[in-house]
Design a protein. Structure first.
Length: 135
């Protein structure tokens, strides 16, 4: 359709501007960093996909580590049980894969929350050590 053709032309023009060495619109790594952040993870998600990965932002959890670890184990067990159930017939079809993928991603987010909490605990320990040593 003509609207798709126009949209394609706009996208090509934007991509050309972002990649043209002489263009002030050229997307440099510095600009990519400026355009990215906790409220704008699209660039990180894009780069993760190019690298065949998944971007999961760290969002520090305030809950205690034992609660987070228990939640993590529960989430992984539930998603694994559902995947095994979907594979009862020996394969997973697209109608089963979509919901399973969402649940795996949610489970990974729980794990990332646990990671962030442990990292935060470690950093607080480092800060405490510096404070107690007078640094």
């Amino acid at each position: 359709s003509s609207s798709q053709t126009k949209r394609s032309a706009v996208v090509q023009t934007q991509v050309s501007a972002l990649t043209d060495e002489q263009s002030p619109e050229k997307l440099t790594l510095e600009r990519a960093v400026i355009l990215s952040g906790p409220d704008a993870p699209a660039m990180a998600e894009f780069f993760a996909l190019i690298c065949r990965g998944v971007f999961l932002p760290l969002s520090p959890e305030d809950a205690d580590l034992s609660h987070l670890a228990a939640s993590d184990v529960r989430a992984h067990c539930e998603v694994t049980a559902e995947i095994i159930a979907a594979l009862r017939d020996g394969k997973m079809d697209a109608t089963e894969a979509g919901p399973a993928l969402l649940k795996v991603r949610a489970s990974l987010r729980v794990l990332v929350g646990l990671y962030a909490a442990i990292e935060s605990t470690m950093k607080r320990g480092d800060d405490h050590e510096r404070d107690s040593n007078g640094a």
